[in-house]
Ligand binder design. Structure first.
Ligand code: GDP
Ligand code: GDP
Length: 437
């Protein structure tokens, strides 16, 4: 099951983006060569206690056409209703209840989705007395918060998390591989989906236990279970917000976060453009397994060097994805489409592989003998111990005498040694350095 989705709605200036930023925090960048990803204000991943969830700031989408607040809010509300597990409606404790608040509450109330009402800008305890007016919105207990001071968010999130599905009820089990197919419009995502699923396409409108409308497609092939995670390209319902670029980026990011393996689809006919790099960058940053699929291979005039040249181009343009295998396919003629799922299996296995600690430490010791660690002003880095902390993606911790002495290039060297020894094709490998003498 994908992560629960928290959608933030409210009229302009109540503090939506301030609260959004509070909820998503900052993820630590661990890659040197940045894939050129710009954080989208609209979408992020939040963590609170044991909960992980998606957060959407619906105020971040501009719907063009209209400046009219009520129209904008109606689109926001529709988006939240379609996407959210829980809707958080933000109001402003300084202005009190406004007509626009009442209107928005009315729209949200019709949906049956869980709604948590927050009264923002309650910066000090004295102001708490004023929040009782907000009961008139008919959304239950108002939670006083202060986005700019970070107050009250814990109580609000506790209420929000009550509506999350129980992760233990995830019926998909351990062995299911979650796959998403991403790429800019028209690269052939829908065609590929159909080509992969073929006759076995099972459309499910509702998977038990989900509160958001489920659009993930489960299927089986050769004894392996998969879930195809929906992306923007697959469901063209034609609502206003669905045609906005930010919305499709958001859907792609969400699909990526919910996947084990991401198929990044390129259009072989058109080559690589900036948008492709951005999309692939999200997959890399999210730490998912990645396979690059060059589609429409049938449509190219080819000679015996075409594939090699295209591969060189991909390696040049997507430097940070050097671990990703590349498949050249045609959704139209089905050429090599049958190789996709076996490759997905391999990548999923690599993505969740564990290296035994003893083997890892032998490897690291051997690597430090071959190429001694860096030193600075007479002090040399010493790696005392290595361990694999997590899988998905494989993440290794090096315990060292002084993390300041570690260089990116040496981290990269260790990563390469690990990759030489084990098959980590298709998955990022992360290395963290921690102090421990
Ligand atoms: P949005 O339009 O709903 O996304 O609102 P913003 O997050 O952009 O905030 C609008 C204004 O309210 C900004 O000037 C913020 O600094 C301010 N603001 C946000 N949260 C708080 C708060 O908790 N207390 C106070 N006093 N101001 C806040
Ligand atoms: P999406 O927007 O990424 O889902 O792309 P679609 O699957 O809707 O495909 C966009 C267009 O490309 C359609 O006209 C498809 O018929 C065409 N197309 C998709 N795959 C192939 C392919 O492998 N070869 C050729 N020649 N055309 C393709």
């Amino acid at each position: 099951m994908g992560l629960p989705v928290v959608a933030i709605v409210g009229r302009p200036n109540v503090g939506k983006s301030t609260i959004f930023n509070r909820l998503i925090g900052e993820r630590i960048a661990i890659v040197e060569d940045k894939p050129g990803v710009t954080r989208d204000r609209l979408y992020g991943k939040g963590e609170w206690l044991t909960h992980t969830f998606h957060v959407i700031d619906t105020g971040g989408i501009e719907f063009g056409e209209t400046d009219e607040i009520l129209t904008q809010m109606r689109y926001q509300a529709e988006l939240a209703i379609d996407e959210a597990t829980v809707i958080v409606m933000i109001t402003d404790g300084r202005t009190g209840v406004t007509d626009a608040d009442l209107e928005l509450a009315r729209m949200l109330n019709r949906t049956g989705k869980p709604i948590v009402l927050a009264v923002n800008k309650v910066d000090n305890p004295e102001m708490r007395a004023d929040i009782y007016d907000f009961y008139t919105l008919g959304l239950g207990e108002p939670f006083p918060i202060s986005g700019s001071h970070g107050l009250g968010l814990g109580d609000m999130l506790e209420e929000v998390a009550k509506h999350f599905p129980d992760p233990n009820e995830d019926e998909s089990g351990e062995d299911v591989i979650r796959v998403s197919i991403i790429g800019r419009p028209n690269v052939g995502k829908s065609s590929l989906t159909n080509a992969i699923l073929g006759e076995e396409r099972v459309i499910v409108s509702d998977v038990a236990g989900t509160t958001r409308d489920a659009i993930d497609t489960p299927f089986e092939r050769d004894g392996q279970s998969y879930i195809l995670v929906d992306t923007a390209g697959m469901r063209k319902r034609g609502k206003v917000y669905e045609n906005t670029e930010k919305y499709s980026v958001m859907r792609a990011m969400r699909a990526i976060e919910d996947s084990d393996v991401v198929l990044v689809v390129l259009n072989g006919e058109e080559g690589i453009i900036e948008q492709d790099k951005k999309i692939a960058g999200y997959a890399h940053e999210a730490g998912r397994g990645v396979i690059i699929i060059v589609n429409k291979w049938d449509a190219l005039e080819k000679d015996d060097k075409t594939m090699q040249r295209f591969t060189e181009l991909i390696r040049e343009e997507f430097k940070y994805l050097d671990y990703a295998p590349i498949l050249y396919v045609s959704a139209k003629s089905k050429q090599r489409v049958h190789t996709i799922l076996p490759k997905v299996n391999e990548v999923a296995e690599a993505h969740s592989m564990r290296v035994p600690t003893s083997v890892l430490n032998d490897l690291v010791t051997d690597a430090t003998i071959r190429t001694p660690p860096p030193s600075d002003r007479g002090k040399r880095l010493k790696i005392n111990y290595a361990t694999q902390a997590t899988v998905k993606p494989p993440t290794f911790i090096l315990f060292v005498n002084d993390p300041e002495l570690m260089h990116f290039s040496y981290e990269r060297y260790i990563e390469n040694k690990i990759r030489e020894a084990f098959v980590f094709e298709g998955t990022p490998v992360r290395i963290w350095t921690r102090k421990k003498t």
